[in-house]
Write a new protein. Structure first.
Lengths: 126, 471
């Protein structure tokens, strides 16, 4: 029983450490890419590990995009990433100031490509 | 996506491993004699079964048993190395071959374990099996760039020991090329020697370095010397009078064997990468006559208000906001930043992203420039995108050099910083240690701008303007 407690304690400490500075600052190297797109891929924004761009920044950019494209039939910002709760090193993101990103609806790249075809737009390429 | 996930997974495993890795150790110091040891000619072919037969015999010897029982108090012995003969593999060397295997040894420098040890078996001309211990100490930036792998562009030190753990010599390599020989420290003098021959002056500086090798709970501190020579005439060689003769040949520089990375299977993934030329070409749509040009440097400090290379904004960022205003009042703004194509690697192809409307910055500096300077900057950005190097050529370096082409001298983003690395070593606080790394840092550029107290520097936070986009 004592052994189990120790193991659980060690796991809890590890989870805590990787979600706190300074280790969590290394999230830049191994962290999730939080990317956003609109229904037809004309808007795209990546947080890129917080390097210059943030969730707030991407929303800001999307608002600017909507001003320029009021004709868009779908004015929703989508996330392109799936939510992976097992990635314990990302847990601090779920309680941080940008946790709203996880409440965005998801859209796959395939759906975006299909929407482009419907609007006679060429497919997105790398 | 597949490759990214795998790399991310590997990085995660590495971090977890480092945190979990609890090692205890005690230090011991070994002194080296200066007797010369004959080196392996690598002319014979050696098989795994021959090495195993030799090792079986070795294990039965009294010296082996004594070393096994007496621990680190006795002389160095293969008995205390942690290796697996079943993982031996053959490497061509000279006219013959050697058989090599990794051991559990870890080299520690600056409180960070990142070097490793190999056992290399060879057969001499009399048919006897011998071994050398090779210790690899990568240069720290190389270690990060290559994700811990040894490629044929290896930069770092390779030290070679004989069976008595006497340092025979070694090589200091830069980009896979020989930069200096390594030799036992007793033969060094902290002097500068000048050697002259016909129209030749070679100035050599003896230097020292050190590390600690850990294996099976044993720790040995190593100090070694190397000689960096500057030759002012190509025909003269560096002074290798205290090197074993065969270290000057090609055998060592061909070792370790080249490593071929596996092919990357990159699937389609939308990225914020832009065609910088299409963005920069837009400025050409406005007339140059009486136009105004503005260059704004946007700095998002990693740890706002400090030059730290990491913090709440991770590594931070620097971007350029370029604005051209025509005489009729029309204006175009493009906000661009320099990024790696692979965040998981220290070195990767660089790419330009549109930072318009999305970047929060802490410090900015605005410069009014003339048309020629502006054109130089947009040609730099719109030209071939350079490689991204997290340490030496990152977003802050890119902006620094872009501005320089336009005659704008920014404060240097370069600094030496004690980077905190998780090691899992219980001897260090929080299982992490610090390594001094020279690097370009957004925070350093921000600090330089703050310190300049110039009227064009604004220390208020702000958001980047939207970019016009491609043309």
């Amino acid at each position: 029983m004592k052994g189990i407690k120790i193991v659980l304690l060690v796991i809890a400490v590890i989870i805590l450490l990787v979600n706190l500075p300074p280790i969590r600052w290394f999230n830049y190297f191994y962290g999730e890419d939080y990317n956003y797109i609109n229904y037809n891929g004309e808007y795209y924004c990546g947080e890129y590990g917080g390097k210059g761009s943030s969730f707030e920044g991407c929303k800001n950019k999307f608002n600017y995009y909507l001003e320029k494209h009021p004709e868009d039939v779908d004015q929703t910002i989508y996330r392109t990433f799936s939510i992976k709760p097992w990635q314990f090193w990302e847990w601090f993101q779920y309680v941080g100031k940008d946790r709203g990103r996880f409440r965005l609806p998801y859209i796959s790249v395939e759906t975006v490509q299909r929407n482009r075809i419907k609007e006679n737009k060429p497919p997105l390429k790398d | 996506l597949g490759y990214k996930s795998i790399t991310m997974y590997k990085k995660s495993l590495l971090i977890i491993f480092c945190v979990l890795c609890l090692l205890s150790c005690r230090k011991d110091t070994m002194q080296y004699g200066d007797e010369a040891v004959n080196t392996a000619p690598f002319k014979e072919h050696l098989s795994v079964s021959e090495v195993k037969a030799w090792f079986n015999k070795e294990q039965a010897s009294p010296a082996y048993k004594k070393a096994l029982s007496s621990g680190s108090n006795s002389e160095f012995s293969i008995a205390r190395l942690d290796f697996d003969l079943d993982s031996l593999h053959s490497v061509k060397a000279g006219d013959g071959n050697v058989l090599e295997t990794n051991t559990g040894g870890q080299l520690k420098k600056s409180n960070f374990r990142y070097g490793f040890r190999k056992l290399v078996f060879y057969k001499d001309s009399a048919g006897s099996v011998h071994y050398n211990v090779y210790e690899f100490l990568p240069e720290i930036k190389y270690y990060f760039r290559s994700a811990g792998k040894i490629n044929n562009d290896f930069t770092g030190d390779i030290l070679i020991y004989d069976e008595h753990y006497q340092l025979r010599g070694g090589e200091k390599l830069v980009g896979g090329k020989l930069a200096a020989y390594i030799y036992p420290v007793q033969k060094t003098n902290e002097t500068v020697s000048a050697k002259k021959s016909t129209a030749v002056i070679t100035t050599c500086q003896n230097q020292q370095s050190n590390y600690t090798i850990y294996e099976n709970g044993e720790a040995i501190s190593v100090v070694y010397g190397y000689q960096v020579c500057t030759t002012y005439y190509i025909q003269d060689a560096i002074d290798n009078s205290h090197m074993p003769e065969d270290l000057g040949g090609g055998g060592l520089t061909n070792y370790p064997p080249p490593y071929t990375p596996p092919p990357l299977n990159v699937t389609f993934n939308p990225t914020p990468k832009i065609d910088p030329k299409k963005f920069m070409d837009c400025f050409g749509t406005l007339s140059d006559a009486n136009a105004g040009y503005e260059v704004k440097v946007l700095v998002q400090e990693a740890d706002p208000g400090t030059p730290n290379p990491h913090g709440e904004n991770f590594v931070g960022h620097v971007a350029l906001s370029l604005t051209k205003t025509a005489a009729n009042g029309q204006s175009i703004t493009q906000v661009v930043g320099f990024y790696p194509s692979s965040r998981s690697n220290v070195l990767s192809q660089g790419e330009i992203h549109d930072n318009g409307a999305e970047m929060d910055y802490n410090v900015s500096a605005t410069f009014s420039v003339d048309g020629d300077s502006f054109r130089n900057i947009i040609e730099y950005i719109g030209g071939q995108t350079p490689m991204y190097d997290l340490f030496d050529f990152n977003c802050s370096s890119f902006v620094y050099y872009a501005c320089m082409t336009g005659g704008i001298q920014l404060p240097s983003p370069n600094t030496t910083y004690g980077l905190t690395i998780p090691t899992g070593d219980p001897m260090t606080p929080m299982g992490s240690s610090q390594i001094d790394i020279n690097m370009d840092v957004p925070g350093q550029l921000g600090a330089g701008l703050r310190a300049s107290n110039q009227p064009n520097v604004n220390t208020n936070s702000g958001k980047s303007s939207p970019s016009h986009g491609p043309c």
